[in-house]
Design a protein. Structure first.
Length: 247
């Protein structure tokens, strides 16, 4: 059985090994796919930046005035809310300056609309011992909230194996998506909006709020895309040099 393709072209002869051709096609497909993936990520990040700018252009002062578009553009809000219960939610696995910690969330309701929402107050250090939860001061019962809306994902990657841990005053959440939100609603007997409010820096009861809205700029994704396409081109050139010889 012949495993090589030979073709004559003027003074040159092309030798293509069958197995090398398969490897070449696989690697070229992977490199180009990675390049196009980075281009799509750049478009997504640019879209998010545009939405953030739109959301900061105005301020909404009632939960029932929030539309789907407001949620998607991370709308700025200023709300008068009332604290619901005394249970604090700790969102696990949040790293800040290489230190493990939690995002601290409390539940608050708006009496005028009757809507209830989770408020993300920011980051706290988890401490050296995981079994010992941090002590966090509760917000005032009447709470003026200044922040931005943050939509929840339908399902986080690790939701299937996620389990909520509960103590007397705390719920420790492994992740936070709409599935976990539904579980929180059952445990606390409350109906929550499908988004959270991230407090602004300096807002009442805010902790460390160095929010990351985009973890990488569109320009960086574009640079990565160029690198992948350049690697694909370089591999093509090297392959041609290997396969084409003078007769």
């Amino acid at each position: 059985m012949k495993y090589r393709i030979e073709y004559r072209l003027g003074r040159y002869q092309i030798h293509i090994n069958f197995w090398y051709l398969i490897i070449f096609l696989v690697i070229q497909s992977v490199l180009n796919e990675l390049g196009f993936w980075q281009l799509n990520r750049a478009k997504e990040k640019q879209y998010r930046i545009v939405q953030l700018e739109k959301g900061s252009a105005s301020v909404v002062s009632r939960l029932d005035a929030l539309t789907t578009q407001h949620i998607e553009q991370f709308q700025s809000v200023e709300l008068n809310l009332a604290l619901v219960g005394y249970t604090t939610l700790l969102l696990d696995n949040k790293i800040d300056n290489k230190r493990p910690g939690y995002h601290v969330l409390n539940i608050a309701t708006e009496s005028s609309s009757g809507k209830t929402v989770l408020i993300n107050r920011g980051w706290v250090y988890a401490g050296e011992q995981r079994e010992k939860l941090p002590t966090v001061e509760m917000p005032n019962n009447q709470w003026f909230v200044s922040g931005r809306v943050y939509p929840l994902a339908e399902q986080a990657i690790s939701t299937a194996s996620a389990a909520i841990e509960s103590t007397h005053d705390y719920l420790r959440l492994p992740v936070l998506d709409k599935n976990i939100l539904a579980e929180v609603e059952k445990r606390l007997d409350v109906s929550l909006e499908p988004y959270i409010i991230r407090l602004n820096s300096g807002a009442q009861s805010a902790l460390k709020t160095n929010w990351v809205w985009t973890n990488m700029s569109p320009e960086k994704h574009l640079a990565y895309a160029i690198q992948w396409f350049a690697l694909a081109l370089a591999f093509l050139v090297v392959s041609l040099i290997v396969c084409i010889r003078k007769r």
